[in-house]
Design a protein around this ligand. Sequence first.
Ligand SMILES: Cc1cc2nc3c(=O)[nH]c(=O)nc-3n(C[C@H](O)[C@H](O)[C@H](O)COP(=O)(O)OP(=O)(O)OC[C@H]3O[C@@H](n4cnc5c(N)ncnc54)[C@H](O)[C@@H]3O)c2cc1C
Length: 383
Amino acid sequence: MEVAIIGGGIIGCAAAAFAAEAGARVTLFERSEIGAGASGRNMGAVQHPFDSQLAPLYEATVGIYRELAEGDGQFQFPSEPAGVLMLTPDPTVLDTEGDAAPSGLRSDLLAPRQVQSLEPSLAGDLWAIRLATGFPIPPHAATATMARRARAAGGQIEVGAAAIPAVENGRAVGVILEGVRPRAADVVLVAAGPWSPFLLDPSGRWQPIIATWGATAQLDFASPPRHVVEEARVESVNQPSEGQLSARPPAPADTPSLFTLAAAGSVVTIGSTFLAFEPDPRAMAPLLIERGKRFMPTLAGARIVATRACARPQSLDGRPLVGEIAGVRGLFLAAGHGPWGISCGPATARLVVDAMLNSDSAPIAESLNVRRFEAPTVREVSV
Ligand SMILES: Cc1cc2nc3c(=O)[nH]c(=O)nc-3n(C[C@H](O)[C@H](O)[C@H](O)COP(=O)(O)OP(=O)(O)OC[C@H]3O[C@@H](n4cnc5c(N)ncnc54)[C@H](O)[C@@H]3O)c2cc1C
C-alpha cells in the first residue's frame, strides 16, 4: 500500500515510522524541515495529561519512547520521571487546581519549606503539588528520532515539499505538491498540526483546530532544577478562550505568560505564552526570564542562547482529532493535541496507522474520533 503523509512533526514522523515498519510504501512531505513546528520547539516535557481520556495515549507513548531509546543510541529517555512541581504563592489556587491533576499521581499540598527542600533554587514562599510524571527530553529529540526510524524502515522523507491532499470521486488518490505536481497514493494522512484544517477545507470555514502560539527560550543556566516546574494554572489554558480568539497583539510587556521550565541535561527551556498570534520570541525571552525570577531567583544569572515561537494545534475540546474523514475514503487526519503532542502523539500515530492499514482495526474511540465534529467540506482536487 502506498501511504502519503503531510507534515513532519511528531505525529507525521511517528506515523511514517510505524507505517513503513508495517510494510507500507511511505512518503512523508514536509514543507519546511523536520520539527519545524511545535514538534521541534516545545518545552520537551513528556507529561501525564490532565484529561483522563488522553491518559492511555500518554502511557502508550512512554512505552514507545522507552523502546525508541533502546533501539537508537542518539535518543535518551529518563528511566524515572523527574516529577512536575506545580507552583504558586497562593495555596488556595492549588486546592482547586489540584482537582484537575491525575489523582494517583498528585502529592498532598507541599508547604514552602518542603518545596525548598526538593528544589532549593525556588523562591522561599511557594506552595506546590508534586506530580509523579514529567520526563524531560530535548525539545526536538523525539521527532528527529522518529524521522530517523522512518527512514531506517524504508520510508521516504521529502522536505521543502508543501502538499495538499488530492481527492477524486470521494476518495483520496494522493497529494499535489506545491499546487501542481501530483503524487499518487492509496491513503493520505494529514498530520500538519494547526495547519491541518486548511488542507482539508481551504475555505477556512472548518476550524476545529486553531493555532495557540507559544514563545520559549533556551538558556545557559547552571544548576537547573531536576523537576519540571510550572506555574499552577498552566493546564487551565488547554482551551481556546474567546479572549484568545479575538485578541489583538499586545506589546510584549503586556503579553500574558505562564512560567514553565524543563531541563534535559544541558538543554534548559523556559516558557511560555498561549496566544492567537505569533509572538516575537526575541522580545518575549527576556520577559519570560524576568517573570520567572519570581519563582526562581537564580534565573537572574541565566543567559539566553536561543529563542523560538511555535503554534500548538489546539482543538476546540482539548482532544486530538483522529481517523478517516467522513465521505472521503482513504483520507485521514491526526492533529489537535494542543500542549500534549510530545506526550501523546506517538501513540496517536500508532492508532491512526492501524486504522489506515487494517480494515479490521478496532474503531477509534468517540472522544478522539474526528467524526465527533461536523465533517469538513473537502474540495475535489484530482492528480
Ligand atoms: C511552546 C510550546 C511548548 C510545548 N511543550 C510541550 C511539552 O513540553 N510536552 C508536550 O507533550 N507537548 C508540548 N507542546 C505541544 C506539542 O509541541 C504539539 O502538540 C506537537 O508538537 C504537535 O505535533 P504535530 O505533529 O501535530 O504538529 P506540528 O509540530 O505543528 O507539525 C506539523 C508540520 O506540518 C508541516 N506542514 C504544515 N503544512 C504543510 C503542508 N501543506 N505540506 C507539508 N508540510 C506541512 C509544518 O511545517 C510542521 O512541521 C508544546 C507546544 C508549544 C507551542
